[in-house]
Design a protein around this ligand. Structure first.
Ligand code: NIG
Ligand code: FE
Length: 393
């Protein structure tokens, strides 16, 4: 007995074999029981949805966000447009540390309020699974508050959430000039924060954390069961990607300055390349070498990197547009990366596909093909969103 049948689908992307025209998806108990050609579909009972020739694809899996934050940094955005660089603003006490100050000043309910309105818009824009990083607390109390808010978002909203402890996002004012001492402090947070985190991340960058410091943090985090996700090669080339490969990390993220050698190492180690073209767009910096990473055999994911400094994107559709137009992915590569790629990086089996047994997380686009997502940037084409078979937007 089906609960829901979507029929008359013009273009069906399942990430499990060929795209299908005249497609049909049958859902029971929140899971896909059939997705394919209408001619082969089993009994189509339950709630009937006529897709009128429109497109159906898996919900977006946004595998890299920093969405739990307070404060406003639009002034920095203006300053950058007038010539100051991201690193200069950060060195002058702005950047991440400005958000840390605002976030420390918020209690859990205030942070939940701010974050849940972002998540609500993300769901409306087709996102059904999210990764959320801490990293705007930089002390035990606030890092914990952020991670708990992130978990609560996943419990109270119709979205799957995975959390990442990013205590090593920047050196806080209390440890100014002594990043080694702060690395020790981050490691001391692990026994407590690991209860609320699935992964650990480090911003590996000149002037932030060096590769040996990151290795120490990741090795300590592994003892608490946290897999590694690495902010690597974003503003310069420092060796974060090679470290991710060495550690067998779940993901290496950003990768704007990754080399062909990095690409081979990531592919060989099975590390997912999580690319965030919104950050490169906002900073006016080069896009990551997506085609080269794919060519090397990497699984590529696309993500918003939603954060108040470098990439205040909530929706995945414009990220797909940037990946296609500026990074050089094909439409099919970008759509897969925005769905299945993210799920692979988060170890969520079945997510990001519409194969039998997968959660019925999907969207109906008001368009005849997924190519309309990048072809018509700025037009909201997401008509309906389903999470575990329930209509949520
Ligand atoms: O992913 N690179 C470090 N972290 C964020 C930016 C954070 C911020 O500027 O607030 C990023 O780009
Ligand atoms: Fe990031």
């Amino acid at each position: 007995m089906a609960d829901l049948t979507l029929h008359n689908i013009g273009e069906l992307t399942t990430n499990d074999g060929q795209k299908t025209a005249d497609g049909c998806v049958v859902v029971a108990d929140g899971q896909v029981v059939f997705a394919g050609s209408a001619a082969d579909a089993p009994s189509q009972d339950g709630n009937q949805v006529d897709c009128r020739g429109n497109t159906v694809l898996p919900g977006f899996v946004d595998a890299h966000t920093h969405l739990v934050f307070a404060g406003d940094r639009s002034d920095e955005f203006r300053r950058r447009l007038e010539g100051e660089s991201y690193s200069e603003i950060a060195a002058a006490g702005g950047g991440i540390l400005a958000t840390v100050e605002a976030t420390r000043a918020c209690d859990a309910d205030e942070l939940f309020e701010l974050s849940s309105s972002r998540v609500k818009r993300m769901i409306t824009a087709g996102t059904t699974t999210l990764e959320i990083k801490s990293g705007y607390g930089l002390d035990l109390e606030t890092e914990l508050r952020i991670l708990k808010v992130a978990k609560r978002l996943g419990e109270e909203m119709p979205v799957t959430v995975k959390t990442t402890f990013l205590g090593a996002h920047s050196v806080p004012p209390e440890f100014k000039g002594d990043s080694d001492a702060y690395v020790d402090a981050v490691i001391e947070m692990l026994p407590v924060v690991s209860e609320f985190a699935d992964y650990c991340d480090v911003f590996v960058e000149h002037g932030v954390f060096e590769v040996p410091q990151a290795r120490t943090v990741f090795e300590a985090a592994a003892e608490f069961g946290l897999g590694a996700r690495v902010h690597a090669e974003q503003l310069s080339h420092l060796g974060g990607a090679a470290l991710a490969a060495e550690l067998g990390a779940a993901s290496a993220d950003h990768l704007d300055h990754a080399t062909a050698e990095d690409a081979r190492a990531l592919a060989d180690a099975g590390v997912v390349a999580v690319l965030v073209p919104g950050a490169s767009f906002t900073l006016g910096s080069p896009q990551a070498p997506g085609p080269m990473l794919l060519e090397a055999g990497c699984e590529v994911a696309l993500a918003t990197d939603c954060n108040p400094g470098t990439s205040y994107f909530e929706a995945m559709s414009p990220i797909i547009a940037l990946a296609v137009v500026q990074m050089g992915l094909t439409v099919d590569q970008a759509v897969r990366a925005a769905t299945l790629g993210g799920a692979v990086s988060l170890g969520l089996d079945g997510h990001g596909t519409l194969k039998p047994g997968a959660p019925a997380d999907l969207m109906i686009l008001d368009a005849p093909s997924a190519a309309h997502i990048p072809y018509r940037p700025g037009t909201d084409l997401v008509a309906e969103v389903y999470k575990a078979g329930q209509r949520v937007a």
